[in-house]
Every structure is written in structure tokens, then in C-alpha cells.
Design a protein around this ligand. Structure first.
Ligand code: 9WN
Length: 459
């Protein structure tokens, strides 16, 4: 052992490790405290260390929880995000905080160059954003936020202000992103779907030439364990796709990656129904929107349903068609009340069967097939269980009359959020914490699930 190694070893031997003080206060109070700690004054960061800016679908989930502790902050969260909307209607997946150093997160604003490369697509001039999007949970969130305090919402003109922006967002998705021509929306980057590293992307990504590793510097490895994060090869491909999109001025329809995803489209359906209710609240008829949501549901079943697997699959629009991988994304349409009853029943069987094991091998829902070749209980979106997908499926089970299963999932989500200090995600077999702690959507959805115990209508 050389001198340096000896010194290091001795330091480790004598190190005194103090246990952190036990968390105090009720689960509700601790969840509120996490959200307060992650609040910047105008929005909430997902995690101050790993994700120090505003993320699109995170903010929607955060607003859904925040409405119980601060309806005003919940409204502000969504308003801040919507203020960064591009004039073509897209809501960017990241809104950058200018006071955070550039090297705190990659890809940073100088990579996306939204105000220059995004000018033709109408990127805002005053705020820097990414150029891709994330799942459309926002109209659903806006409706739930309104319902939490309709008096405040009306007094502030919340829905009147957000409605045109949400309508433009849905228009963008439906008109510019129907790349498969069958009425569904395609994502053009794995980050858009929110489950970045899912095995569903492996085949379509394999066609992409990765950007050289030396051409970029990852910031995530400074915070997360490399064996839990996407590989460098995957990152090279993420960077290549984003670079090409940017260099094409963020125009849609050109890229090599286009996938129709079940969760993304199901969330659009749920949000379109929510937008119909918002329109009604503002005095217009919501009928056309409800009808569109029903058409989208039919397209989802027609294009992505796999009766043999009893779940929805992703469709590779630039490749051979349905991607034969079972991801939690393919179960999330269960949240839709308009699903054909036999499809809903099959989804419940798949969720509780050997591939996802809910109620048997697992208490929370794994992000990927427990029996799949690519399954890994710790690697990002290749097996671990997340709280937002669990929350969506808890709603789905309840929507389709599976009350006992919904109750069991709810108490497992609450118990695990509590025991792990609001972890970002967990090992699906042991429920052990992975990723960041004090994660915002985990805390926010905890607040929402706690309220359902009080018999509150969360619809
Ligand atoms: C890329 C912020 C986001 C979530 C995604 C999650 C992760 C980013 C990353 O973090 O994605 O957007 O750097 O891996 O996969 O769902 O919105 O919490």
C-alpha cells in the first residue's frame, strides 16, 4: 500500500458516522417540507442536486400534490411552466433557472440554444428552455388544481389564463406530432416520454449513430451511481437525437426516432377530457373535446393494443411496428374510464400477473417486465418502481372498480415514500430507495394519496 492509500485507509477507519436525526412530524408535514425545500419562488425543482431546473411533467405532478397544501403555489407552478411555452404550442421539457451554473446539469441551455435555434418554432426570448417535450399531464393537473380551491382559481382567473395555452399545447401534439398518420402522437426522443432508459427504446435507438463520448460531459454521474444510470452509449444516442433536432431548428417530422407510446397518448386523452371540463367551467361546450378524447382512445386500442400480451405496446413509426417489450407505460391506459371493459380487465390481469407481480412479487409497480431479458431492479426505468406511475395506476384500478387492489397500492406507495425519505424510485422487490431522496413528485403525490384517505374526490 503506498503512502496516499495508507492515509486514505486510516481516515476511513477513524471516520465517525453520525446517524442523521430522525425525521419529525407527520408524513403530511414531512412531504410539505420537501416541497418547500425544493421551491425556488416560482416553481419546484425535482431534486436540487440531480435536477436543479423546472421539468415539465414533474411540475404537473407536483401541482397535483401542492394543491392540498398551497393552491396558490400549485397554480403558480403551472403558470411558470406555461410562461415558457413556444408559440408553436410546445411546452418544453425543461425551463432553465438562469442562476444555476451551466455545468450543474447536462444538456444545459448552451446545448439546446432555444432562443436562437428555436426562433423559427417560437421559443421564448427571455427564458432558456430545452426544445423537446414531456407527457401532457398539464390539463389534468390544471383541472385538479382548480377543483382544490375554485374560489381562488376564479378570483385569479387561473383557468381563463391557462386554457388557451393548454389548448395550443394539445393542438401542437395532435397536428405536428402525428408522425405515424394514425391519429396518435409520437415522441421524437426517449426523454420526451419521461421513461428515458426504458428497454422499449433499445431497438429504435440501435439505429442511431451515437455522438462521440468526448463531445459532451455528463453531469448526472456526479450524483447517481453509474450502474443505476443510462450507459454512455445510450447517452451518446440521446445527444445525437437532440443535436439533430436542434440543428433542424426543432422542425417536426424529419428525425430518425419516432415512437407512439401508450402512456404519453393515454395522458393526452385524460388531459383532453380535463380540457373539456375546463371549457365547460368557462362557459363553453366541451363536447368536441370529449369526442376527440374518445377518438384518441379508439386509436390507442387500434394501434397499440396487443391482445396476446394483454397490454399496450409502443409502436416504432420509423421501424417494423409494435415493439415487443412490456413496460409500465403499456399499463397506464388503465387510467382511462372510456377503455373497452375487456381491455381494462386484461390490463388488471397483466398488472397482477407474473410480468409485473402487483400484490404478489411486488407491492409497487415495476417499470419493466420482471421476466424481461433487460430487467434490472436498479437501472433507470429498466425495472425499478416509480411513484408517478404507481399513482396513475392507483387511479386506474379505482376507475375500473378494483377498490381493494387500489387501496393496497395506495398504502404501499405511502408506506414506501415514508420509509425511503421520498425516494425518486425504488427496487421493486425490496422497496429499497434508489436515486435522489427528497424527490418532489414523490412528496407531492404522497400529499394527494393522503387526501384520498379522507374520502376526498380526486377526480
Ligand atoms: C431527462 C426530472 C426528470 C424526469 C424524467 C426522468 C429524468 C432526465 C434525466 O428526470 O429525466 O429529462 O436527466 O434523466 O427520467 O422522467 O422528468 O425528474
Amino acid at each position: 500500500m503506498d503512502r496516499t492509500a495508507q492515509l486514505t485507509a486510516r481516515r476511513t477507519e477513524h471516520q465517525v458516522v453520525y446517524d442523521p436525526p430522525p425525521p419529525t412530524g407527520s408524513l403530511h408535514v414531512r412531504a410539505v417540507r420537501v416541497l418547500e425545500g425544493n421551491w425556488t419562488g416560482t416553481s419546484t425543482v425535482p431534486s436540487p442536486s440531480l435536477y436543479p431546473h423546472q421539468w415539465s411533467w414533474d411540475s404537473a405532478f407536483i401541482a397535483i400534490g401542492l394543491r392540498h397544501s398551497s393552491p396558490l403555489r400549485a397554480q403558480t407552478e403551472l403558470e411558470t411552466l406555461l410562461a415558457a411555452q413556444w408559440t408553436d404550442g410546445r411546452i418544453p421539457h425543461i425551463v432553465f433557472n438562469p442562476s444555476v451554473p451551466l455545468d450543474a446539469y447536462f444538456p444545459s441551455p448552451d446545448f439546446w440554444r432555444s432562443s436562437t435555434a428555436g426562433r423559427a418554432a417560437g421559443a421564448p426570448r427571455t427564458v432558456q428552455t430545452s426544445g423537446i417535450v414531456q407527457p401532457p399531464v398539464h390539463a389534468l393537473a390544471a383541472w385538479l388544481v382548480h377543483r382544490a380551491d375554485p374560489g381562488l382559481s376564479r378570483a385569479r382567473g387561473f383557468l381563463t389564463r391557462v386554457y388557451p395555452r393548454l389548448a395550443a399545447w394539445h393542438r401542437y401534439l395532435l397536428h405536428r406530432r402525428d408522425l405515424g398518420g394514425g391519429g396518435l402522437v409520437s415522441v421524437v426522443h426517449p426523454w420526451e416520454q419521461g421513461m428515458d432508459n426504458s428497454p422499449c427504446w433499445d431497438a429504435p435507438l440501435a439505429r442511431i449513430t451515437p455522438a462521440p463520448a468526448r463531445s459532451f460531459r455528463r453531469a448526472d454521474l456526479g450524483h447517481g451511481a453509474p450502474e443505476d444510470r443510462p450507459t454512455d452509449l445510450d447517452y451518446g444516442r440521446y445527444v445525437r437525437l437532440a443535436t439533430d433536432y436542434r440543428d433542424g431548428a426543432y422542425a417536426d417530422g424529419q428525425g430518425e426516432f419516432a415512437v407512439e407510446d401508450p402512456a404519453f397518448n393515454a395522458l393526452l386523452v385524460a388531459s383532453e377530457h380535463a380540457l373539456a371540463r375546463i371549457a365547460q367551467e368557462l362557459g363553453a361546450a366541451g363536447t368536441a373535446r370529449h369526442a376527440r378524447a374518445e377518438r384518441l382512445t379508439a386509436a390507442l386500442v387500434e394501434r397499440l393494443w396487443d391482445p396476446a400480451r394483454g397490454m399496450f405496446l409502443c409502436r416504432d413509426v420509423r421501424g417494423p411496428g409494435l415493439i415487443p417489450e412490456r413496460s409500465v407505460s403499456g399499463l397506464i391506459p388503465l387510467m382511462l374510464p372510456g377503455l373497452p371493459p375487456d381491455v381494462a380487465a386484461a390490463l388488471v390481469r397483466t398488472l397482477t400477473g407474473p410480468h409485473f407481480g402487483l400484490g404478489a412479487a411486488t407491492r409497487l409497480v415495476p417499470s419493466y417486465d420482471l421476466l424481461g431479458e433487460a430487467f434490472d431492479p436498479h437501472r433507470y426505468w429498466r425495472g425499478p418502481a416509480w411513484f408517478n406511475t404507481g399513482w396513475l395506476l392507483e387511479r386506474g384500478l379505482r376507475t375500473h372498480g378494483e377498490r381493494a387492489r387500489a387501496d393496497a397500492l395506495r398504502s404501499a406507495l405511502l408506506g414506501t415514500a415514508d420509509a425511503t425519505g421520498f425516494a425518486e424510485y425504488v427496487d421493486p422487490y425490496t422497496d429499497a430507495a434508489c436515486g435522489a431522496l427528497g424527490f418532489s413528485w414523490t412528496a407531492a403525490l404522497t400529499l394527494d394519496l393522503l387526501r384520498s384517505d379522507e374520502g376526498e374526490d380526486r377526480g
